[in-house]
Write a protein that binds this ligand. Structure first.
Ligand code: PHB
Ligand code: FE
Length: 316
C-alpha cells in the first residue's frame, strides 16, 4: 500500500523537495510551490539527461533551472512577472554535478519501477499507482550523442528490432529500407547514410532530442514527440525546427515574463526559427518526428548578451 513516508525528502542549498502520492512540493526561503508528480519527474528527467540543456528549463511557470555551463541556477519565480514585481523570487547557483546528483537521487527514490518519465503517457503507468518495487531502468538510459553521424563506423548504431528497438505503434507505416552506400576504396569510413525516418520510427523515448549528426557546432538533434514537452524551454540561442511528420503546436511566450507571444502549428515540411529571447512548449496529439537543429557553440549566449549576435536569425 502507498504511504506518503515511502518517499525521502531531499535538499539542495536552501531548497527542499518532498513527494506525496500526487504532488512534488518545492520549498525555498519565503515560498513554496506544488507540481503534479508526473510533470515534475518528466521535467527533471529531461533536465539531467540533457545536462541542463541550453539556457532555461522551466518545469512550469515558477520553478526551473538556468544553465551557466559548469554551474546551474535553480530558481523559483525568477521568470514570472508577478513574483518579480513583488520581489518574491529566489534562486541559488550550484555546481552542475551537485544539482545533477540531487535530481538523480530524487528520480531513483520517487519514480516507481513501472513509470518511465521518457515515455508517452499512453505507454507507461502513472507514478501514483502502487506498482511493483524495484529499481527503475528507464531513468538510466543513455542519450544518443553521435560523434560524427549515426551509422558511421565506431559511432552511434542504427536501430533494429534485434537490438530492442521495435517500430513504434504510431509509425508502423514508415518505410524501413536503408540506403545502399557504395564508397570509393579508401573512403569506407568517411561516407555513410541511414534512413532517419526508420531510425526515428524506432525511438522508445519522447521529447528527447539525440545528436545524430555533427558538423563542427552544427548539431542535428531529431526526436519523436507525443503528448506535451515536459518543460518550457527558455532559449539562450536561436533554434531551428523542421517538422518531419505529423503535427506539433507550439505555445511561444516571452522568455523573461511568460507573456504570451504566438501560437504556431507546424505540419510536415514546415520550418521555424525559434528566437533566442522566447520560451516555448510543444504539444503533439499523435507521435510525430521533429528535427531540432542547434548551434552548440559555447560563445553564443555571451555574444547575444553583448548584442554582438542577434536574437533572431532572419529579418523579413
Ligand atoms: C526545445 O526546447 O527546443 C525542445 C526540447 C525537446 C524536444 C524538442 C524541442 O524534444
Ligand atoms: Fe527549445
Amino acid at each position: 500500500m502507498f504511504n506518503n513516508s515511502d518517499y525521502s525528502e531531499f535538499s539542495l542549498g536552501n531548497f527542499t523537495f518532498k513527494r506525496d502520492r500526487y504532488f512534488a512540493t518545492v520549498k525555498w526561503p519565503g515560498g513554496e510551490h506544488i507540481i503534479s508528480i508526473d510533470d515534475f519527474l518528466r521535467a527533471i528527467m529531461r533536465d539531467v539527461a540533457w545536462d541542463f540543456f541550453y539556457g532555461v528549463v522551466n518545469f512550469d511557470h515558477v520553478v526551473g533551472t538556468c544553465n551557466y555551463y559548469g554551474k546551474v541556477e535553480l530558481f523559483a519565480g525568477k521568470y514570472h512577472s508577478q513574483y518579480k514585481k513583488l520581489n518574491r523570487h529566489y534562486s541559488e547557483t550550484h555546481e552542475l554535478n551537485d544539482i545533477k546528483n540531487v535530481f538523480m537521487l530524487i528520480l531513483e527514490n520517487w519514480c516507481t519501477a513501472n513509470f518511465d518519465p521518457f515515455a508517452a503517457p499512453q505507454e507507461t503507468i502513472a507514478p501514483w499507482h502502487d506498482t511493483t518495487e524495484g529499481p527503475n531502468k528507464a531513468i538510466h538510459r543513455k542519450r544518443v550523442v553521435a560523434q560524427r553521424m549515426v551509422g558511421l563506423p565506431g559511432d552511434a548504431k542504427i536501430r533494429r528490432c534485434e537490438e530492442g528497438f521495435p517500430i513504434n505503434r504510431h509509425f508502423l507505416d514508415v518505410d524501413q529500407e536503408e540506403p545502399c552506400i557504395l564508397a570509393e576504396p579508401g573512403f569506407e569510413k568517411e561516407l555513410g547514410g541511414f534512413n532517419l525516418f526508420s531510425y526515428l520510427s524506432r525511438s522508445d523515448v519522447t521529447w528527447n532530442p539525440s545528436v545524430c549528426s555533427v558538423v563542427k557546432d552544427s548539431l542535428f538533434c531529431p526526436t519523436t514527440e507525443e503528448h506535451k514537452l515536459p518543460i518550457i524551454h527558455g532559449n539562450d540561442r536561436v533554434e531551428w525546427f523542421i517538422q518531419l511528420s505529423d503535427e506539433i503546436t507550439w505555445n511561444i511566450e516571452d522568455k523573461e515574463t511568460g507573456e504570451p507571444l504566438a501560437k504556431i502549428t507546424m505540419k510536415p515540411g514546415d520550418v521555424a526559427a525559434m528566437p533566442a529571447n522566447i520560451r516555448h512548449q510543444g504539444y503533439s496529439p499523435k507521435r510525430s518526428m521533429l528535427l531540432v537543429w542547434e548551434n552548440g557553440s559555447p560563445s553564443i549566449p555571451e555574444l547575444i548578451r553583448k548584442g554582438k549576435a542577434p536574437t533572431n536569425p532572419v529579418d523579413f
